[in-house]
Design a protein around this ligand. Structure first.
Ligand code: COA
Length: 398
């Protein structure tokens, strides 16, 4: 068989999906046919979730019904709250989230069921469990008690109130709503693919979301978000940005390919497997970052980001990605670097569930092949067999 292997499955079509379309050449993204720039801010994050899960934007009545179901699912389960209290305070927020979802799986009322209705009930519970856990962990690790379930109207405001202990302004809630929508789905990104692979084995929905959270953490994926904010804070002064990028890119010369793969040898927030140009989400986030930075007196960080962007433009053809300007928005919202990827998860859980439900509805085991490049079939030599016999003899004595 001739090898059709492509490193990292680049451009390989691994599934069929009607949820999300990415046009990498044009930098465009569509949710069920609607362009992301038009969706974000026009439809609430809750309505976008309906769109992703069911295929159409909801009517006013359907929207109210969906929100009522979401509200009914609110409330961090007590065992999860206890678990969070028991974790080392320096646990990474995504590790805390992954562990919490694992525990919630064992307590879920539909733990043994994976029929469509049970999966939908679980999806609602996961939609609220993720922001509740993320917010509770942020408070616990900073020495504050979690906030009891507030009666906020929107999902974004609910999350912000869980985080801060007070209702956010309408403007801040609106900003987060748009951020969540921009992060809600992105075709077969690594974490969504992981979720679909888990579902394809007929593992349960919680197992799929645990796989997704685990995969989101890496710096090649959602983890880049926190690296961006850490980098911008490290640069600190706009005047230092150009020199910083120059030396970070310059340090790559002379490194082996393997060494160039180290996240420290890359500039986080740039490059993408699919996009060849800046994508629409980054354009929206850039505008939001500017106005948020101005509104909160954090213009200096935005200016640093602009200078980094210009320096990268001048030196590379790498497109800016969603993680870059969102980091500036998070900073303006008072979110620390290692918490950024958790916000990503609060939005992306909508897309993970959409893809999981789509996979459940029309499933076949995802089981690709490897292009084997190891030794040809060969016998075990007599002296190699001796080692096995020795170990068997010693184990029979014990
Ligand atoms: C997103 C990303 C993982 C895509 O990776 P990919 O499609 O597999 O591309 P590769 O890792 O093969 O990179 C191709 C080349 O571009 C370089 N490159 C890619 N992104 C780069 C970056 N951000 N900074 C510097 N060089 C970069 C690679 O080093 C490689 O060059 P080399 O072969 O000379 O070493 C990659 O661009 C990256 O690591 N970006 C930084 C992390 C990030 O922002 N992730 C969030 C993604 S939304």
């Amino acid at each position: 068989m001739e090898s059709e292997w492509k490193a990292g499955l680049e451009d390989v079509i691994a599934t069929r999906s009607a949820i999300c379309q990415v046009d990498g050449a044009a930098g465009r993204l569509y949710y069920r046919g609607y362009e992301i720039g038009e969706v974000a801010g026009t439809a609430s994050f809750e309505d976008v979730t309906v769109l992703l899960w069911r295929g159409e934007l909801p009517s006013a009545a359907e929207s109210a019904q969906f929100k009522a179901r979401l509200e009914a699912a609110r409330g961090l389960p007590a065992p999860v709250a206890d678990l969070l209290q028991s974790l080392p305070r320096d646990s990474h927020p995504l590790d805390a989230l992954r562990t919490a979802v694992s525990l919630a799986a064992t307590r879920d009322p539909d733990v043994r069921a994976s029929d469509p209705e049970a999966n939908l009930r679980k999806a609602f519970r996961l939609m609220t469990l993720v922001p509740e856990t993320v917010a509770a962990w942020q408070r616990i690790r900073t020495g504050r008690a979690p906030v009891a379930t507030p009666a906020a109207v929107s999902h974004a405001a609910y999350f912000l109130e869980l985080l801060d202990g007070q209702a956010p302004s309408r403007e801040v809630a609106r900003v987060l709503d748009v951020v969540l929508t921009l992060h809600a789905d992105h075709e077969l990104n690594a974490s969504t693919f992981a979720a679909r692979v888990a579902v394809a084995t007929l593992a349960d929905l919680h197992a799929a979301i645990v796989s997704a959270i685990a995969t989101l953490k890496g710096p090649r994926h959602g983890g880049a978000n926190e690296d961006v904010l850490a980098m911008l804070l490290e640069i600190d002064e706009p005047a230092r940005a150009e020199g910083y990028i120059e030396s970070r890119l310059g340090a790559r010369a002379g490194l082996s390919r393997h060494e160039r793969g180290n996240p420290r040898a890359r500039v986080p927030g740039f490059g993408h497997r699919v996009y060849r140009v800046d994508d629409a989400r980054a354009r929206v986030l850039r505008g939001m970052a500017k106005s948020m930075a101005e509104a909160t007196g954090r213009q200096k960080l935005f200016e640093v980001a602009e200078r980094v962007y210009d320096a990268m433009r001048a030196r590379t053809t790498l497109p800016v990605n969603v993680d870059f300007f969102s980091a500036v928005v998070y900073d303006a919202l008072g979110i620390p670097p290692d918490f950024c990827t958790s916000i990503f998860a609060v939005g992306r859980v909508a897309g993970w569930c959409a893809h999981a439900l789509e996979q459940f509805a029309d499933n076949r085991l995802i089981r690709p092949r490897a292009d084997y490049v190891g030794p040809a079939p060969r016998p075990i030599l007599p002296d190699q067999r001796r080692r096995t016999e020795t170990s068997m003899a010693s184990s029979s004595k014990s």
